[in-house]
Design a binder for this molecule. Structure first.
Ligand code: GUN
Ligand code: ZN
Length: 401
């Protein structure tokens, strides 16, 4: 007999943004998966002292080697990269350091409820493979890419384009961790490197991760370095836009560029905490959504200082309010950091409490009642990481408070 067990509590159901809600029920587990979800709507919803059962969080954009660089304040993006981030990334020349740091970072992310993500390593090939292998030992689900840079960065962090592409192509998947293709952004990549990365993406079907239009000076430098008339066209011409492309930030865009992203079904990774920390601009989520650009949500550690995806979700609402737009609902926010991000990243068995989903779960007990009229809003704004009692990865407790 396979072992079987169950958890009864208040379930966060995240099937769609508009129907995300709390319902009493029981999750039956079998091995690594959810065997069945039994809803009990006849039972009164416990909002005063519930055991919450949530699908674990998915982060659509973060930088593993930047984890210890959170909070280096006062520098705009390009100076911050040069003075704070590149020195930290240079330390990943030591692949053992990369493996050790990845293990520590991953355990910390799990304690915040994140069990799946799309991430960058560094330009170092051995470090990228070490990060992939280490994440797989923890049973996490991820896209992780070696950073591709062949210009406009310190010499120790650049490589010739052909070497980078050969190294990137030879990265091996491990467990549920897939290598992705991460040309850092159009400043640090030559035309040849971007086009070769696009070719590799179409040959392999791997995810592409890059940054797009995060700050005004960055956009100006891209115009100086590349011949295309817009930043988005630089990536389009290189074959880097597809439904498997994650474009972080996507703030300073024209309608034409939004239409280009939309036609390609390329994904904008909204990073509201990073945009605030680096003072890069406020992303107009409403315009992207109106143009039907798929929008994921990312912490962008260390540009974003917040490790909890709940705080990133809150910042998404704050950014919309700052622009005077109607913010997404709390239900939409909970959906975005679970099922929404999972679907966009191709993690179809994550983000939703349903039979056959993988049992990546958060068990949390709020210390204040989730008062009406919208318990999901109370949950979002009052959320405290100390509420997390345990986090399961593939049915096994990977963090216990
Ligand atoms: N643009 C290019 N590289 C980076 C990075 O590491 N972080 C952020 N926030 N933006 C970038
Ligand atoms: Zn980033």
């Amino acid at each position: 007999m396979p072992s079987q067990n169950f958890i009864t509590g208040t379930l966060l159901l995240t099937e769609s943004p508009s129907t995300t809600r709390l319902v009493p029920g029981t999750i039956h587990l079998r091995g690594q998966s959810i065997d069945a979800v039994e809803l009990d709507p006849s039972q009164e919803l416990d909002l005063s002292n519930p055991l919450l059962i949530l699908p674990a969080f998915v982060d659509a954009h973060l930088h593993l080697p930047q984890y210890d660089s959170i909070g280096i304040d006062g520098l705009p993006l390009l100076e911050w990269l040069e003075r704070a981030i590149f020195p930290a990334e240079a330390r990943w020349e030591d692949a053992q350091h990369a493996a050790d740091m990845t293990l520590r970072v991953a355990r910390d992310l799990i304690s915040f409820g994140t069990t799946a993500f799309a991430a960058y390593s560094t330009v170092h090939h051995a470090a990228a493979q070490a990060a992939i292998d280490t994440l797989a030992t923890l049973n996490l689900t991820a896209h992780v890419g070696q950073v591709l840079m062949d210009q406009e960065a310190p010499a120790e962090l650049t490589r010739p384009a052909d070497r980078l592409i050969a190294e990137c192509a030879s990265l091996r998947a491990q467990g549920r961790v897939q290598p992705s293709i991460n040309p850092r952004f159009a400043i640090t990549c030559s035309r040849a490197l971007l086009h070769a990365a696009g070719d590799l993406a179409s040959k392999t079907g791997r995810f592409v991760q890059t940054h797009l239009a995060e700050t005004v000076p960055e956009c100006a430098r891209v115009r100086e370095l590349h011949e295309e008339s817009t930043y988005t066209d630089v990536y389009a011409a290189a074959g880097l836009l597809s439904p498997n492309s994650l474009l972080a930030h996507a703030i300073h865009l024209s309608d034409h560029e939004r239409a280009t992203l939309s036609r390609a079904r390329a994904i904008a990774a909204h990073c509201p905490t990073a945009n605030r920390f680096l003072n890069s601009g406020v992303m107009d989520r409403r315009s992207l959504a109106s143009a039907s650009v798929p929008i994921a949500l990312g912490s962008d550690i260390a540009g974003g200082p917040d490790r909890s995806m709940v705080r990133v979700a809150r910042a998404m609402l704050d950014a919309a309010k700052q622009l005077g737009h109607k913010p997404p609902t709390a239900g939409e926010a909970w959906h975005a950091i679970t099922a929404g991000n999972a679907a966009l990243l191709g993690f179809e068995d994550l983000g939703v409490l349903r039979a056959h989903s993988r049992a990546d779960l958060i068990l949390a007990r709020p210390t204040i009642p989730l008062t009406a009229p919208d318990p999901l809003s109370t949950l979002l704004y009052a959320w405290d990481d100390r509420w997390i009692e345990s986090v399961l990865v593939a049915g096994v407790p990977a963090y216990t408070r």
